[in-house]
Design a binder for this molecule. Structure first.
Ligand code: GLY
Length: 323
C-alpha cells in the first residue's frame, strides 16, 4: 500500500493515493509484541494494567477495558470515574465507549452512581441489541446486570463543588490538563487485533444531561483493524464537530501517519471553532496505526501521552499547534 502511494505521488497522482480503492486492503504487518497508547500521564498506569490483563486474557479488548478501569477507580483524578467533578446539580455523571477493530462497539452516557462505565459499555456491546444507553435507562441496565450502586462524589469533590456553587458567578472552568480529562487507551496485539476504550466524567459543572465526545463512537473513539485506531481528549464540544477519532482513522486510511492525522484533526477543530484562540480550548488526539506506529497531536501545549511497548513505558510530550 505504501509503495502504491509513493508511486502514485511520484507520477503526480497524489490525490488518488489518498483514496481508498476497493479491493486493495490497507493490511500491514502488526507489531511483534502487544502495544498500547493512552492519554495523559495517568496512561502510564493504565498501560501497565492493560499489559497485565492482556497477558492474563490474550484479549486486546479485555486489556484496554481493564487498563481504563483502574483510572475509573482512582479517587484523585478529577475527570474520570470516582472522584470526577460533578455536573452543576452536584451529580457525577460518566460517559464511556469501547470498540473492537472488527466494528463491535458499545457506549454509555450520563451514567451515575456506577463506578465502571467502561464495563457497562462493554456489556451493552456484547449482551444488548444496542450500541448506546444513557441516563436512567443506562443506570437501570447496569444495576440489572449486577453493577453495584456507588456514590462517586468524594469528600474532596463535594467540597470543590460547594465552593464552586458559592461563587458569585459559577461558570464552566476550561477543560485543561490540570484536571487531566479523559482516559483513552488503544491497543494492538501481535495478530493485528485492535481495541480501544475511552472514559470520562466530562466537563466539570456541565449542564445536567450534557454528553461529550467520549461516549460517541467516531468522536471520542474509533477503531478499525483495517487501518488503525484513535481516541480524543479535551473539549468534547469541539471534537464532536469534526467527528474527531473517525476523522483521524480515515486520514490514516488516506496515507497520513498517525501523528499527521492527529495534527490535521486538531487543525480542523481550530478552523471550525473560533473560540480556540482564547487559549482556553484544548483538544488532543492519540492514534495507532495497524502496524503499531503511534502518534499524537494537541491544539495547545501540555498534552502528554503514554506509550507501552512490551514492558517499556514512555511518557511523551505531544506536539501542538499553538506556539
Ligand atoms: N473529552 C471529554 C469531554 O469533553 O467530556
Amino acid at each position: 500500500m505504501e509503495t502504491r502511494r509513493r508511486f502514485l505521488k511520484s507520477v503526480g497522482l497524489g490525490s488518488l493515493a489518498s483514496m481508498a480503492i476497493p479491493g486493495i486492503s490497507n493490511s500491514a504487518s502488526p507489531p511483534s509484541q502487544v502495544k498500547f497508547v493512552s492519554t495523559w500521564s495517568h496512561g502510564r498506569v493504565a498501560n501497565k494494567v492493560a499489559l497485565k490483563a492482556y497477558k492474563d486474557s490474550s484479549d486486546i479488548l479485555s486489556a484496554v477495558e481493564n487498563g481504563v478501569r483502574v483510572i475509573e477507580s482512582e479517587a484523585d483524578g478529577r475527570s474520570v470515574g470516582l472522584g470526577g467533578l460533578p455536573d452543576r446539580s452536584g451529580r457525577v455523571t460518566l460517559d464511556a465507549s469501547i470498540m473492537r477493530g472488527n466494528g463491535a462497539c458499545g457506549a454509555v452516557g450520563a451514567l451515575y452512581n456506577i463506578e465502571h462505565p467502561i464495563s457497562v459499555a462493554r456489556k451493552i456491546m456484547e449482551d444488548s441489541p444496542h450500541v448506546m444507553l444513557v441516563g436512567d435507562g443506562a443506570r437501570q441496565y447496569a444495576l440489572q446486570n449486577g453493577f453495584p450502586d456507588k456514590e462517586l462524589l468524594t469528600d474532596e469533590t463535594r467540597r470543590d463543588y460547594e465552593n464552586w456553587k458559592a461563587k458569585e458567578k459559577p461558570d464552566l472552568p476550561p477543560v485543561n490538563h490540570e484536571n487531566h480529562d479523559t482516559i483513552g487507551l488503544l491497543g494492538i496485539d501481535p495478530q493485528g487485533k485492535m481495541a480501544g476504550a475511552c472514559t470520562t466524567s466530562g466537563w466539570a459543572y456541565k449542564i445536567p444531561g450534557r454528553l461529550g465526545d467520549s461516549p460517541i463512537i467516531g468522536s471520542g473513539l474509533f477503531v478499525d483493524d483495517e487501518v488503525g485506531a484513535a481516541s480524543a481528549t479535551g473539549l468534547g464540544e469541539t471534537i464532536i464537530q469534526v467527528s474527531g477519532s473517525h476523522l483521524v482513522v480515515e486520514l490514516m486510511r488516506g496515507g497520513k501517519s498517525p501523528k499527521e492525522a492527529c495534527r490535521e484533526a486538531a487543525r480542523r477543530i481550530t478552523k471550525k471553532f473560533s473560540k480556540w484562540k482564547s487559549g482556553d480550548v484544548q483538544a488532543a488526539f492519540i492514534a495507532m496505526r495497524n502496524d503499531g506506529e503511534v502518534g499524537a497531536f494537541a491544539i495547545k501545549k501540555g498534552f502528554q501521552y503514554a506509550v507501552q511497548e512490551g514492558e517499556k513505558t514512555d511518557l511523551m510530550d505531544a506536539d501542538y499547534l499553538t506556539r
